[in-house]
Design a protein around this ligand. Structure first.
Ligand SMILES: *Cc1c(COP(=O)(O)O)cnc(C)c1O
Length: 452
């Protein structure tokens, strides 16, 4: 029986058998590619192996309630590779991982060991990071509109770095924590991003003079400027404009007698467009900010999105006959949905892509027929995929075609499920919001820093 509540930590060995299994042959072929490629290929293999082992251990005809629950496989090696990629492309910029994106304890442990800082927005996040033994100086409380009692809490813990973007917040900080080191968060043009943040946070450049003047009057310590170009940003040039605006505010702050030391370029990076964004950002930083200025960032999605794969079980199926064509299609009901780990569909505007993990006894992970057929050309069998709650909105996929006849007990998998998924899941309708993560680690470097 599978433990439904306990976290299973399974770190498959880095050494592996090269037999004539297709995936392993692939590993061997790619073994001499550069390290990044090599680790990614090994990662795929370890993830596939972990998925297969877990799925094969569950018999939906006889298992206990919850045994067949959705689960994640997290590859800590992928988080490590993203960190190396960051250091290569943005050597000047120290990352403070945005905990809200995925507060997975192993991910935080790895990043702590790798020396990143942490961007936190609540007492619980700050506590989680401090409890790992991370120094208060490695935390930025990057929430411009903070809870009074939380400010009192961080004052007792010495978490000094925090952001603000309005006059009321300055008065709050003057009263509760006048020693705080303040970052003035400015507005950005985030119109090209998936999740716009500037609707809610950020001072416009029309207000920054007044805020700096008030901070001076209140005797507060402004040490930097921060911005966020929006989560899931797609236009690299938004970084250039934001850096230019930050430069303007630095000059204003100098004129008010503040000795600004740090620029915080926020989050908004994604794995797909990282190099393009890093190129623009690097150029802008070098043009506007001398080496004496510290640069930090608050990446969230970038670090974790690709590191987690989700597996869900088909719990029910409804057959739909179309009398016009004589064709049958299926509604597949799975044990995770919009109120669970697919909360990213609602909150993060994602469209996770279903692939077939198992059909009957066959494991199809990473094989050509695991994937849906290209849209618009028909063929195969059509499915819509639905979550387990009683709400009609709870639909993961409207239409996808597979070459397989799928039934109750079969499994789907979804890649790139590490960001804004589990952390915003609910328990609506009595379904779990605390699914297992099976960990693997495809990078010896990550295993070494974690002491595995
Ligand atoms: C959410 C958030 C982040 C992380 O954003 P990503 O797009 O995931 O990189 C960073 N900083 C702040 C202040 C945030 O609110």
């Amino acid at each position: 029986m599978v433990m439904a509540t306990a976290t299973i930590e399974q770190f498959a060995p880095v050494t592996f058998n090269l037999n004539n299994n297709h995936t392993l042959t692939q590993v061997k072929k790619d073994f001499f590619l550069d390290n990044h490629q090599n680790g990614a290929v090994l990662g795929k293999h370890l993830i596939g192996d972990a998925l297969r082992r877990r799925v094969e251990s569950i018999d939906h005809e006889s298992c206990e309630p919850g045994d067949e629950d959705t689960f994640f496989v997290g590859d800590l090696g992928e988080v490590y590779r993203q960190h190396m990629r960051w250091k290569k492309n943005l050597p000047r910029v120290k990352p403070f991982y945005a905990v809200k994106c995925n507060p997975d304890p192993q991910v935080l442990q790895l990043l702590a060991a790798l020396g990143t800082g942490f961007d936190c927005a609540s007492k619980a996040e700050i506590e989680q990071v401090l409890n790992m033994g991370v120094d208060a100086e490695r935390i930025i409380y990057a929430q411009p509109c903070k809870t009074n009692s939380y400010v009192r809490y961080v004052a007792t813990k010495g978490v000094k770095q925090m952001t603000f973007d309005n006059a009321d917040e300055l008065r709050k900080i003057a009263k509760l924590y006048p020693e705080a080191e303040l970052f003035l968060r400015i507005l950005t043009d985030d119109s090209s991003s998936l999740c716009r943040l500037s609707l809610k946070f950020g001072a416009s450049l029309d207000d920054t003079e007044n805020l700096l003047s008030l901070a001076k009057d209140l005797g507060l310590n402004v040490v930097g400027v921060s911005f966020h170009v929006g989560s899931g940003a797609s236009d690299p040039l938004c970084f250039l404009k934001a850096v230019q605006d930050a430069d303007t505010v630095f000059k204003q702050a100098y004129a008010h007698g503040f000795d600004l030391k740090t620029l915080d370029v926020g989050g908004g990076f994604s794995g797909d467009s990282f190099e393009a964004m890093a190129t623009v950002l690097r150029g802008a930083l070098d043009e506007y900010f001398p080496p004496s200025i510290n640069i930090i960032a608050e990446p969230g999605r970038y670090y974790v999105s690709s590191a987690f794969t989700l597996a869900c079980n088909i719990i029910a199926r409804r057959t739909i006959h179309d009398p016009a064509t004589g064709e049958s299609s299926y509604m597949a009901y799975v044990n995770d949905g919009l109120y669970g780990n697919f909360s990213s569909i609602m909150f993060d505007h994602q469209q996770p892509i279903a692939k077939v993990l198992s059909a009957g006894q066959k494991i199809l992970f990473d094989s050509p027929t695991a994937e849906g057929l290209p849209a618009g050309i028909g063929g195969g069998i059509e499915y819509s995929i639905w979550g387990p709650t009683c709400d009609g909105i709870d639909r993961i996929t409207e239409s996808i075609r597979f070459d397989h006849e799928l039934d109750v007990g079969d499994w789907f998998y979804f890649e790139d499920m590490g960001a804004y998924t589990k952390c915003s899941a609910t328990k609506f309708n009595g379904f779990s919001d605390a699914h297992d993560v099976v960990y693997v680690c495809s990078e010896p470097g990550a295993r070494a820093v974690l002491g595995l």
